[in-house]
Design a protein around this ligand. Structure first.
Ligand SMILES: NC(=O)C1=CN([C@@H]2O[C@H](COP(=O)(O)OP(=O)(O)OC[C@H]3O[C@@H](n4cnc5c(N)ncnc54)[C@H](OP(=O)(O)O)[C@@H]3O)[C@@H](O)[C@H]2O)C=CC1
Ligand SMILES: CC(=O)[C@@H](O)[C@H](O)COP(=O)(O)O
Ligand SMILES: [Mn+2]
Length: 393
């Protein structure tokens, strides 16, 4: 195929869990694509290997300390190399037909916005971007005429279950949750949970931050807000159902009593491939679901009492303004503090609640600067609560 007919593709966060799954799918269609940019944080070795394999035009790292290593590893190849925050944003702003936004947390917001401004389709894994800057993100996408494709497994499932529907026919959107490693734990057991226990997700293999979010169910809270933004529904229209097998990823209930659900193996290459091939479907070698082997599918209500971040997420969605921005920022600070063993596991909920309580105001963000200001404020407030908790320990 001639180079000018190839699909131009970038992957932001290519060295992470979603990024490597995306790259593995791109490998199979290598002759049909032109990789414009692969962006990572600090993993120069993996980024260089990916760039060589896919013949990427640019390989860019956020962390400038690894620039020399990346340059050495890509010496003699046509791939151009850069590092630093500005370089990440420039790489994200390259024209594409499809870009994957898979940088974790609020750090991924501005690159995702750049990719939407300069791309035909944005596959969005970075849920925190939609949570902290929902209206701004949706406005940029709309004004740029960019197609926003949900990658988060539940939201991708819901998008598939909504195919052909009119929203006035929809009664409820239901997100499934694995329940995480502490689904059956008591509060006393959760209070003693170690990072190693919390990182041990029962069904999915993911990056550290989202694994801790799954354990605290802050992930499901972020996903409720993400669903409200993506599908333009209220918090009351979004249900959460704990489903430990992670086979049913999301459901839509309709006003005639029908439920449409999407099922599949717990493998993120399936929703990523759906976004990559959209509006068509592509063949993948992902394991097929063997329902006879699964045997039984269980569902139970979510316990918002034990999983405080989940209850707080519903509150901030109802409150609106910059409360979701502060929720997400405080959660990021809390997760890092827990992983560094500065706070206990249940401290995550305390840090989020403390930061929200300390907000001086809750304005509607009018600009990206407003969001960045409140993201930073949320981090400062959260760090204050972390210090108080450390003082008590
Ligand atoms: N993993 C999953 O299955 C799912 C993930 N998601 C969402 O997708 C996003 C990514 O998750 P996941 O892949 O698990 O995370 P990982 O931690 O595995 O990967 C994060 C990626 O972002 C890069 N990165 C980190 N900080 C920066 C920065 N400041 N600038 C540029 N790149 C940076 C990392 O680079 P490096 O490693 O080189 O430092 C890495 O490539 C999250 O928002 C998550 O909530 C959603 C659904 C499922
Ligand atoms: C794979 C994916 O989409 C994750 O967000 C997953 O849902 C996390 O598992 P929990 O359901 O335990 O949060
Ligand atoms: Mn999910």
């Amino acid at each position: 195929m001639a180079s000018d007919t190839k699909r131009r593709i970038s992957v932001l966060g290519s060295t992470g869990s979603i990024g490597t799954s995306t790259v593995s799918l791109l490998r199979d269609i290598k002759d049909q694509i032109q990789v414009r940019a692969l962006v990572g944080g600090r993993n120069a070795a993996l980024l260089a290997e990916q760039a060589r394999e896919l013949g990427a035009e640019w390989a860019v790292l956020h962390d400038e300390r690894h620039y020399d290593e990346l340059k050495d590893r890509l010496a003699g190849t046509p791939t151009k190399v850069a590092a630093g925050r500005k370089a990440v944003l420039e790489a994200a702003a390259l024209e594409t037909d499809w870009a994957m936004a898979a940088i974790t947390g609020a750090a991924g917001l501005e690159p995702a916005l750049e990719a939407a401004r300069h791309g035909k389709a944005l596959a969005l894994a970075n849920k925190e971007a939609l949570v902290c800057a929902g209206d701004i993100m949706l406005r940029v996408v709309r004004e740029a005429g960019c197609e926003l494709l949900p990658v988060d497994s539940e939201h991708n499932a819901i998008a598939q279950s909504l195919a052909g529907a009119r929203m006035e026919e929809v009664e409820k959107i239901i997100l499934t949750a694995s329940g995480g490693p502490f689904r059956n734990a008591t509060l006393a057991e959760m209070a003693q949970a170690t990072p190693a226990q919390a990182l041990k997700h029962p069904t999915w293999s993911m990056g550290a931050k989202i694994s801790i979010d799954s354990a605290s169910m802050a992930n499901k809270g972020l996903e409720i807000i993400e669903a409200a933004r993506l599908f333009n529904v209220t918090g009351e229209q979004i249900g959460v159902l704990v489903h430990p097998q992670s086979v049913v990823h999301g459901l839509v209930s309709y006003k005639d009593g029908s439920f449409i659900a999407q099922m599949g193996a717990a493998d993120m290459r399936i929703p990523i491939s759906h976004a990559l091939a959209w509006p068509e479907r592509m063949a993948t070698s992902c394991a097929r679901l063997d329902l006879a082997k699964v045997g039984q599918l269980d569902f139970e209500p979510a316990d918002e009492g034990r999983f405080r971040p989940l209850a707080l997420a519903r509150e901030v969605l109802a409150a609106g303004g910059v409360a979701p921005t502060v929720f997400s920022a405080a959660n990021e600070v809390a997760v890092e503090a827990f992983l560094k063993e500065r706070i206990r596991f249940l401290g995550i909920g305390e840090v989020i609640a403390g930061a929200l309580d300390a907000m001086e105001a809750n304005p509607s963000p009018q600009s990206l600067d407003d969001v960045l200001h409140w993201d930073s404020r949320g981090r400062t407030l959260a760090e204050g609560v972390v210090r108080q908790l450390e003082g008590r320990a």
